[in-house]
Write a protein that binds this ligand. Structure first.
Ligand SMILES: [Zn+2]
Ligand SMILES: [Zn+2]
Length: 181
C-alpha cells in the first residue's frame, strides 16, 4: 500500500492522485498511476479534458497496472491489487475480469453500490487498509517534533490556550499514521 501511495505521486491528472500495485504470489508484478496515454499531453500541463464531469484523457491507475500486465504478458489471474482509492465502476469490472481475487484500498472514494455488489458477486475480497505514512516519509517523526517545537515557541508568545490546542490537534492530525481521515 505504501508503494501505491508513492506511485500516486506520479499522477499527471490533477483531479485525483491514484496509485495501484498488483501483487501475485507475494511479488509486485505491476504498478500504475492516473495518467495520459504514453507520449500524450498531460493534464498537469494542458488542463484536464473534461466531458460529463470526467477527465477523459486519464487512464486510471488500476487500468494502467492491468494493461502493463497485458502489454508484457504477465498473468493477473489470482493476483491482488493495492489501490489508494476505492475503484470506479469501469475499473471495478476490469479488476474482476482480470481475475484479481483480492482488493485492498486505502480511501473511500464515491464507492458505487453496484461496484460493491459486483465485487461480492465475483467473490473478490475487498478490504480497506490504512497506510503508515512514516513508511514513505523518513523524516515524518523529525517534522512532527519540529512542528511541536514551533507550537511550544508560539505558546510562549502568549497565544490563546484554545488556539494553541487547535494548532496542536491539527499537527497531530497531519502527522497521524493513517490516511482514512
Ligand atoms: Zn485530467
Ligand atoms: Zn477507475
Amino acid at each position: 500500500m505504501a508503494q501505491s501511495h508513492l506511485l500516486a505521486l506520479r499522477s499527471t491528472c490533477t483531479r485525483l492522485e491514484v496509485g495501484a500495485t498488483i501483487v501475485r504470489d507475494k511479488r509486485i508484478i505491476a504498478g500504475g498511476y492516473n495518467g495520459s496515454i504514453a507520449g500524450g499531453v498531460h493534464c498537469i500541463d494542458e488542463g484536464c479534458y473534461v466531458i460529463d464531469s470526467h477527465c477523459v484523457r486519464t487512464i486510471h491507475a488500476e487500468m494502467n497496472a492491468i494493461l502493463q500486465c497485458a502489454k508484457f504478458g504477465v498473468p493477473t489471474e489470482g493476483a491482488e491489487m493495492y489501490v489508494t482509492h476505492f475503484p470506479c465502476l469501469p475499473c471495478c469490472k476490469s479488476i474482476i475480469q482480470a481475475g484479481i481475487r483480492r482488493l485492498y484500498y486505502a480511501k473511500n472514494y464515491k464507492n458505487h453500490q453496484y461496484a460493491v455488489e459486483l465485487f461480492q458477486q465475483a467473490n473478490v475480497k475487498v478490504e480497506q487498509v490504512d497506510v503508515d505514512h512514516r513508511m514513505i516519509d523518513g523524516k515524518n517523526r523529525e517534522k512532527q517534533v519540529f512542528v511541536e517545537g514551533l507550537i511550544d515557541k508560539l505558546s510562549s508568545t502568549g497565544i490563546e490556550e484554545e488556539e494553541r490546542k487547535k494548532l496542536f490537534e491539527e499537527a497531530n492530525r497531519l502527522f497521524a499514521s493513517n490516511v482514512s481521515s
